[in-house]
Design a protein around this ligand. Structure first.
Ligand SMILES: Cc1cc2nc3c(=O)[nH]c(=O)nc-3n(C[C@H](O)[C@H](O)[C@H](O)COP(=O)(O)OP(=O)(O)OC[C@H]3O[C@@H](n4cnc5c(N)ncnc54)[C@H](O)[C@@H]3O)c2cc1C
Length: 346
């Protein structure tokens, strides 16, 4: 368990989805913190995200990892924040997965009894997924930004963890203030710039999505067929998302645009007006598990590696991170960076 000095505040770097969710988790318990963010210098994955949460994964319609724990926690987490921040950003909505083709339909129907779980509802055309929906990540981050600025606990600052921080045995000094712990929530930037955690198993994946206006599809569910079509209201939709592992630039690419136009056709949308492309780099990892926990020797921590599932993973793991910080229990071993402690020299 980490040694912590609970009377000192916590320093969080990064106000993407991860840093924001962690900050709210501390705030709800009255634990003091300072949040640093530099979105003009380091672009975020969060502002590009579709924001979908979906308890079902893959072609075989399996339950997502830790689905009960995550989903039982995320609904009350976001709805209570909607109340306290007085803004709507959490949108539960069914998700429809049409059968890809007759062959796939037959394959799934023959195994229906074995595959079925409480999140699925079967029809002739495909499968409905309950307890899905989307978080307006941009709206959530903007209202949180105003809230944290209002409380004077957010600063625009690009942290250089070597030059700007003095490390003690059980505390960290930044700008004349002592902190109990410095938590890195830098998203994919950590791999390049973080001297303490950059060697962990990051596998960043660039993603792009396209916002469109169209009269064609229904607006009361998310359509998921080799991509997704997400209704935002007022006949606006997001279609996504692409994946690539060889380019981490912020620029939108023509290949992605073409890919998204093709996705729209396969989703049955032919007439639409393109509004804007969004680009981000997902902080994914090689084993598809988050990177949550504490440096084995220094008062440093990480809350990262949420890949393409930041909306559903980060609330539950913020609770887990805090429980370990308070000495109550260890973080789930599949997500904890204890699995990499052998990579840290003494
Ligand atoms: C196209 C696309 C679609 C996606 N769709 C979904 C989806 O439908 N559902 C879902 O759950 N997830 C989705 N994701 C993934 C989701 O975006 C991520 O899981 C999540 O946003 C990661 O948040 P983060 O805070 O770890 O990283 P980021 O959002 O990248 O935030 C990192 C923050 O740290 C700041 N920072 C970095 N270094 C420093 C420094 N030195 N000093 C100060 N600040 C610093 C940056 O400015 C930034 O604000 C999608 C991602 C993409 C790209």
């Amino acid at each position: 368990m980490p040694k912590n000095n609970e009377s000192l505040p916590i320093l969080i770097v990064g106000q993407g989805l991860a840093g924001t969710v962690l900050a709210h988790t501390l705030d709800q318990l009255g634990i003091p913190f300072t949040l640093l963010d530099a979105p003009k210098i380091y672009f975020t994955s969060s502002y590009a995200a579709g924001g979908i949460f979906n308890p079902i994964t893959g072609r075989k319609l399996e339950k997502s990892w830790l689905v009960e724990e995550l989903f039982n926690y995320l609904f009350p987490f976001y709805t209570s924040l909607e109340k306290s921040l007085a803004q709507s950003f959490f949108h539960p909505m069914p998700l429809f997965r049409p059968f890809a083709n007759e062959e796939m339909k037959k394959w799934l129907m023959e195994r229906k009894e074995a595959i079925h779980n409480e999140y699925l509802r079967w029809t002739e055309e495909g499968v409905w997924v309950e307890k899905a929906g989307w978080l307006d990540v941009e709206g959530f981050l903007r209202v949180s930004r105003d809230y944290f600025f209002g409380k004077k606990c957010l600063k625009e600052f690009a942290l250089d963890p070597i030059k700007d921080v003095v490390l003690g045995a059980s505390s960290v000094r930044f700008q004349e203030q002592e902190y109990s712990c410095l938590v890195f929530c830098e998203g994919f930037h950590a791999q390049k710039q973080n001297p303490y955690f950059g060697h962990l198993n990051f596998l960043p994946a660039k993603g792009e999505l396209l916002k469109i206006r169209t009269q064609e599809p229904a607006e009361d569910y998310i359509l998921n067929k080799n991509g997704f079509l997400l209704p935002l209201g007022n006949r606006e939709f997001k279609v996504g998302a692409t994946y690539r592992w060889d380019d981490f630039s912020q620029e939108a690419s023509d290949t992605a645009r073409l890919d998204l136009n093709n996705k729209l056709k396969s989703l049955g949308v032919y007439h639409y007006e393109e509004m804007e492309m969004s680009t981000g780099v997902r902080p994914a990892t090689q084993d598809r598990r988050p990177l949550v926990g504490f440096h084995p020797h220094l008062p440093l921590a990480i809350f990262n590696g949420f890949g393409s599932k930041g909306v559903s993973l980060s609330p539950y793991f913020a609770k887990e991170w805090l429980a370990e910080w308070m000495g109550e229990k260890e973080i789930n071993s599949e997500a904890s960076i204890r699995r990499f402690y052998h990579l840290f020299s003494t």
